[in-house]
Ligand binder design. Structure first.
Ligand SMILES: *Cc1c(COP(=O)(O)O)cnc(C)c1O
Length: 393
């Protein structure tokens, strides 16, 4: 297995100039010496050297056969769904990314692809939905925003027995914590917008395939449908990956400290973080996540109201109120009124998204500054009448 050092050095310095940074080949086409005689590139939708460098790096990071870069995470998801045909069925994790749910429901359902949603933290729940049309099991682990963890190895073994592909959206764990292909998955997806690019300054998506036969299919779809990542964003994503390990270690360390801090705070009710021993799926998370649990923590308040949550999220100074995660600057959001606003309240509550649930994405700022920021925001809500009793208890 290659270390990230080996992987980053596997892209040779520019043979023309010795440039140590991968050059941005901002070109649409490549001049041919004679028809069909070229230097490996003919048209930039099909291939571009900057994109090829990124794709080579991510294939190795995820221990796959090949990587493919797309304009956004959703474009990457869309390319993978195009492997399937009308009549095929997918079994997906129930708290799947909202954009994937929207794509499945409002675009692919009318094209004849059916998706069943189940709580995959218990693999038994998958069994009743298996039939001869089942072509894929679609996982996210940990999920958003309650960080539920599924046993990827176990579910991949189950999928093999029915000849279904396993797709894992690995955005939340990231490749340093978890490489689903080594657990048996066929395809890994990333919203590289998050940890991999890591600076909240671009959108990007990745598909990594486990075997050459699948690589050929995704390569065909990428070229045929054209949702590729442009060379400048490929360059920035490579630059992000060069500091991925430093950032991810810092984010994971801070998130654990914050999760432990929140857990003992009198105003806080439930804390979700796979690195906490109290997390329902802690054992399986330890087993498949390399001892790293990422920068996202979510928690609810004892005063379980949207008002209390809104007080908190508008009171933080360093945690900025915005959707997204994984960047160098800390962010926070209130799922019930932001990412999950379109989900009916009863369904939200079943999924563990309480009215006061707050999701933090820890950046790389100093841990003690972030703790202090949370402390002062919690003290703002403790001044509301109802909370004084909790604060004093
Ligand atoms: C953000 C996200 C996506 C979508 O990625 P975009 O780059 O925003 O299109 C897909 N899956 C997960 C788990 C995400 O967090």
């Amino acid at each position: 297995m290659s270390s990230i050092t080996e992987i980053l050095h596997s892209v040779p310095v520019d043979p023309l100039t010795g440039a140590i940074a991968v050059p941005v080949y901002q070109t649409s086409t490549f001049v041919q010496e004679a028809p069909g005689v070229n230097k490996g590139y003919d048209y930039a939708r099909t291939g571009n050297p900057t994109r090829a460098a990124l794709e080579k790096i991510v294939a190795q990071l995820e221990k796959g056969d090949a990587g493919f870069a797309f304009a956004t995470g959703l474009a990457a998801i869309d390319a993978v769904v195009k492997l399937f045909s009308a009549g095929d069925e997918i079994i997906a994790v129930d708290d799947i990314y909202g954009g994937a749910y929207r794509l499945f429901t409002h675009v692919y359902q009318k094209l004849g692809i059916t998706v069943h949603y189940v709580d995959t933290t218990d693999a038994e729940n998958i069994l009743p939905f298996i039939n001869e049309r089942t072509k894929c099991i679609w996982l996210e682990s940990p999920t958003n925003p309650t960080l539920k963890v599924s046993d990827i190895r176990h579910i991949c073994a189950l999928a093999k027995t029915i000849g279904a592909l396993v797709v894992v959206d690995n955005t939340f764990a990231g490749p340093l914590a978890q490489t689903p292909i080594t657990l048996g998955a066929d395809i890994v997806i990333h919203s590289a917008t998050k940890y991999l690019a890591g600076h909240s300054d671009l959108l990007a998506g990745l598909v990594i395939t486990a075997k050459p036969e699948l690589s050929e299919k995704i390569k065909f779809i990428q070229n045929a449908t054209g949702g590729i990542l442009g060379p400048w964003d490929c360059f920035l994503t490579i630059r992000g990956i060069e500091t991925l390990e430093l950032r991810y270690l810092q984010q994971s360390t801070t998130a654990l400290v914050i999760a432990e801090y929140l857990q003992q705070h009198p105003l806080v009710d439930v804390v979700h973080y796979p690195g906490l021993a109290s997390h329902k799926n802690h054992a399986i998370a330890c087993d498949q996540q390399n001892g790293l649990f990422g920068g996202v923590v979510s928690f609810s308040l004892r005063d379980d109201t949207q008002e209390a949550a809104h007080t908190f999220v508008t009171q933080t100074k360093y945690f900025k109120l915005a959707e997204s995660l994984g960047g160098v600057k800390s962010l926070l959001c209130h799922p019930a009124t932001m990412t999950h606003a379109s989900v009916p309240r009863e369904r939200r509550l079943i999924a563990g998204v309480q009215d006061s649930l707050i999701r933090l994405s820890c950046g790389i700022e100093r841990t003690e500054d972030l703790i202090q920021d949370i402390e002062q925001a919690l003290s703002a809500i403790s001044f509301t009448k109802k909370n004084l009793s909790y604060a004093n208890s």
